[in-house]
Design a protein around this ligand. Structure first.
Ligand SMILES: O=C(O)[C@H](O)COP(=O)(O)O
Length: 434
């Protein structure tokens, strides 16, 4: 396959896929949204659908993005989101430490019933830092050789690292977060509702003393966290202001070692940069050795479009491809806000794809690939295994009858049903064969 001169913008819209929603007259957010720029791309390309990780798997974003970049880990060997987020947030993590993804959550004072898995989502950096400091100072494990470090990242998200100075901890333990399961090391959304959920006990998944120790330490962490945070000044203030207290941390996706993977540029024989912000996306990019471009905060869509186009221009040291992750749609899906998701897609269309179209003027024959890492249907308020639409657009790509970037056109498109791990090689082939 000749790849000389190929220029690709690869956009993953987090949680973009959806199902018909009554608030949108039984359309999906993509179908209901006014997206003239995406529509124009659809008319100049071909569509299909993608099962990002595997049939029947409602994946978390980490393993889904790895797959969409060509790394399936189906033969095992995935290290877990906790490790990827640790790498993303620069915590001092070593092989044998236990790394977990945490959520600040709200629980009832008396029975550990979870009333909000994200403690209201709005958590300031100061609140998160104050709470994490109290926990780092206050948590005393019964085993004196164990210690804890916490790094708050974005909103309700926090990274937990537990270290034992005399033992490598095992990652073979279950989650305390009831919303996700671990399947072959991958985080998978469970079909639970948010209405009747409790903090779970971490259980060892084998008989080793390392797994028993890891589970015991996570359970001590949970119990002490709830005690320390019950009357914490941050929570007294939050409650007084009518906000949900951040009085618990739910842990999931344990991992205990660095991943070993082939760098992405070597895998595809081209140079691929990226524009990412979330800690998990930063972790993935570091693991794959991608060059990261600064492009403001999560919703600086115009800037992201400008930086993406510039990264491909030969006169600025241009790469061959740039992967852009846009977090926007996913949170609306989790919150069940179909109208919000529609509005967000309209904004992305106007402020990202509209600007990108103009900024790419100086790039010769670019190909734009658009897809998602998974579906987050608003009616489910969680990730699902529904395939996501895929669009490969550019002059010379054999067009099908796609008129809009929607789930429906994806279903009818000429690219058919692909696996996530095959998307980049398929796009490269279509781009090179023109
Ligand atoms: O936003 C995230 O971090 C994940 O995609 C969803 O995680 P959550 O269900 O814990 O918010």
């Amino acid at each position: 396959m000749r790849k000389d001169g190929v220029k690709i913008v690869y956009v993953l819209l987090d949680g973009v896929g959806d199902l018909p929603h009554p608030a949108l007259n039984d359309l999906t957010p993509l179908e209901a949204a006014y997206t003239p720029n995406l529509d124009a791309l659809a008319r100049n390309g071909a569509m299909g659908r993608v099962i990002t990780v595997g049939k029947g798997i409602a994946p978390q974003s980490d393993i889904a993005v790895f797959n969409m970049l060509g790394y399936s880990f189906r033969q095992g060997g995935y290290v877990g989101r906790g490790v990827i987020e640790s790498i993303g947030c620069n915590i001092d993590f070593r092989d044998g430490d236990l790394a977990l993804r945490g959520n600040f959550a709200t629980v009832n004072d008396n029975n550990n019933k979870i009333t909000d898995r994200r403690a209201g989502r709005v958590i300031s950096k100061e609140e998160a830092a104050a709470v994490c400091k109290s926990l780092a100072d206050g948590i005393k494990f019964s085993d004196k050789d164990a210690s804890i470090a916490l790094v708050p990242t974005v909103a309700h998200r926090v990274v937990i690292r537990i270290r034992h100075s005399k033992m490598k901890l095992s990652d073979k333990i279950t989650n305390t977060d009831p919303a996700y399961d671990k399947v072959e090391g991958m985080g998978v959304a469970k079909a639970t509702s948010d209405d009747d959920i409790y903090v779970l006990e971490a259980k060892p998944q084998d008989d080793s003393k390392e797994a028993k120790m890891a589970a015991m330490l996570v359970n001590e962490f949970t119990e002490q966290t709830i005690k320390i945070l019950r009357d914490h000044p941050v929570n007294v203030a939050r409650k007084a202001a009518g906000r949900n207290p951040m009085n618990c941390i739910l842990a999931r996706d344990s991992g205990n070692r660095f991943p070993e993977v082939q760098p992405i540029n070597k895998k595809y024989g081209i140079s691929i940069g990226c524009i990412v912000e979330m800690p998990v996306e930063v972790g993935i990019s570091k693991v794959l050795g991608m060059k990261m471009y600064e492009a403001g905060s999560l919703d600086d869509y115009e800037l992201k479009a400008r930086v993406a186009a510039k990264s491909l221009k030969n006169n600025s040291g241009g790469g061959d491809a740039v992967y852009v992750h846009l977090k926007g749609p996913d949170e609306f899906g989790h919150d069940g806000d179909a109208k919000g998701k529609k509005r967000n897609l309209e904004e992305i269309d106007r402020r990202f794809f509209g600007v990108l179209a103009k900024e790419l003027a100086g790039v010769k024959n670019p190909v734009i690939v658009v897809s998602g890492d998974h579906s987050t249907p608003c009616i489910k308020k969680a990730h699902s295994d529904d395939p996501v639409p895929l669009l490969v657009s550019g002059n010379g790509i054999k067009q099908d009858a796609s008129a809009r970037f929607t789930e429906g056109y994806g279903r009818k498109g000429s690219l058919g049903l692909l696996m996530g791990a095959d998307v980049i090689s398929t796009a490269l082939k279509l781009a090179s064969d023109r």
